[in-house]
Design a binder for this molecule. Structure first.
Ligand SMILES: O=C(O)CCC(=O)C(=O)O
Ligand SMILES: [Fe+2]
Length: 189
């Protein structure tokens, strides 16, 4: 498909603080699991932990994002019923190497050999669940064009899960960075 915009969408205050709080409480009350992977070029360098998000919270988040996504990309985001959104926790020393979110043969192969599910979607939604002054480093970066983002709590960053949207997370130097990542499919308007 052709995308309306080449640039990531950055929408401050897309998610109400009350919903952010519910999401961070959820993460604090659940044991984080070691990292998963997603179209990673060097997956050994991603060490964040994650917690899965209940469906009703994911649906609430997508509905808050929908108008922003429509305005920027002229498409409608749709939840993928076969997979869960995840909240990632990045502690000191942890980042995420440059990668793209398109599902590749690496994941498909892994799914065949160890049964690990293939997780992906047309569009990636990243929601900040930490205030930027609560952690050092941890910028979300894009390569083409170069961009470094350290957004306020409740900000939505959205971008196509395509090979030309290479991005990653700079290593955290102090504190903890928490993000919600929702992968959605899209419907042309
Ligand atoms: O945590 C983030 O800000 C980005 C995570 C990411 O790129 C991914 O899950 O594919
Ligand atoms: Fe990603």
């Amino acid at each position: 498909m052709t995308w309306k915009s080449r640039l990531p969408l950055v929408a401050d205050s897309a998610i109400p603080l009350s919903l952010c709080e519910v999401l961070t409480d959820h993460v604090k009350n659940h044991t984080a699991r070691p990292r998963t992977y997603q179209g990673v070029i060097d997956e050994t360098l991603r060490k964040s932990e994650y917690v899965e998000v209940p469906t009703h919270l994911e649906e609430a988040v997508i509905s808050h994002c929908a108008a922003h996504v429509r305005g920027h990309f002229e498409i409608a985001p749709m939840r993928i019923p076969t997979q869960s959104a995840v909240i990632y926790r990045y502690g000191p020393g942890v980042g995420f190497v440059a990668h793209h979110d398109e599902v590749t043969d690496i994941e498909r192969h892994r799914a065949r050999t160890n049964g690990q599910p293939v997780v992906g979607g047309d569009l990636t939604l990243v929601i900040s669940l930490s205030t930027p002054d609560s952690y050092g480093g941890g910028e979300l970066f894009f390569e083409h064009p170069p961009q470094e983002i350290k957004p306020p709590l409740g900000t939505l960053v959205a971008f196509p899960a395509t090979r030309d949207h290479v991005h990653g997370v700079r290593p955290i130097t102090s504190g903890e960075r928490i993000t919600l990542v929702v992968r959605v499919n899209v419907e042309k308007l």
